[in-house]
Design a protein around this ligand. Structure first.
Ligand SMILES: [Mg+2]
Ligand SMILES: [Zn+2]
Length: 194
C-alpha cells in the first residue's frame, strides 16, 4: 500500500512560506524521519509528493532539489528506513498542470511507478490541497491532516467545506499519523516500535 506524504510543514519545517533552496534550509520535523522509517519497515511504500512552484518561478531548478531530497533520505536511513522518492510539481498555479495539488497527477504517477493501487492508499499533509488531491482520486483513500506547518490555517476548513470533503483524521503531527496508519485506533502517540 502507498503512503503519500507532503513535504513542507508535514515532513520538514516550513517557516513563513519561505522556499527551501539548499539542504542547509531543510530541517526535519521532530520524529519525521523515524515515522517514515516505521512505515517503510511495515512494508508500505512511502512517496513524497510536493508542490514546488518556486522552480517555475525561477527561484531554483529541479536539479537544486536533488541534494535537498538526498538530505531527507539520509535522515530516514539513519532512522532505520530506506530510500524513497520525491515527486515534484514544478508548476505555478497559472500553468494549469495536472500535477499541482489539489490535482492528483503526482499521486497517480507515483502509484504507477511503484505498481501500487492508487485507490486504497493513505495521504499525510498539512494543507487542504493535500487532502483534496487524495480525495479527488478516491474517497477510499484515507487522508490525515497534521497540525504542524499550515495544519491549523483557517483556510483549510473553508476549502473542505467548499468541496464537501474532509480529512479522515486530524492528528498532531506526522508521528501520530504514522501510528494511526499502522495501529489504527488502538494506539496513540507515544507508542514506539523499533
Ligand atoms: Mg505542506
Ligand atoms: Zn504540476
Amino acid at each position: 500500500m502507498i503512503v503519500w506524504c507532503d513535504r513542507d510543514g508535514t515532513l520538514i519545517e516550513q517557516e513563513d512560506m519561505k522556499y527551501v533552496l539548499t539542504p542547509d534550509d531543510l530541517f526535519m520535523l521532530p520524529g519525521a524521519a523515524e515515522s517514515i522509517a516505521m512505515l517503510q519497515r511495515a512494508g508500505l511504500t512511502v512517496c513524497v509528493v510536493t508542490n514546488q512552484g518556486g522552480i517555475n518561478e525561477g527561484f531554483m531548478s529541479a536539479c537544486d532539489y536533488k541534494p535537498i531530497h538526498d538530505k531527507m533520505v539520509k535522515a530516514v536511513m539513519e532512522a532505520g528506513g530506506k530510500e524513497f522518492s520525491s515527486f515534484i510539481c514544478p508548476h505555478r498555479k497559472e500553468d494549469h498542470c495536472d500535477c499541482r495539488k489539489p490535482r492528483s497527477g503526482l499521486l497517480h504517477y507515483s502509484a504507477g511507478v511503484f505498481r501500487e493501487d492508487p485507490l486504497h492508499g493513505w495521504m499525510i499533509g498539512d494543507f487542504w490541497s493535500d487532502i483534496i488531491a487524495a480525495k479527488n482520486i478516491s474517497l477510499d483513500i484515507k487522508a490525515i491532516l497534521v497540525q504542524t506547518g499550515r495544519g491549523k490555517d483557517a483556510e483549510n476548513e473553508t476549502w473542505f467545506r467548499r468541496y464537501g470533503v474532509y480529512p479522515d483524521y486530524i492528528v498532531e503531527d506526522i508521528q501520530a499519523a504514522a501510528v494511526k496508519i499502522l495501529y489504527g485506533d488502538y494506539a496513540e502517540k507515544p507508542l514506539t516500535q523499533w
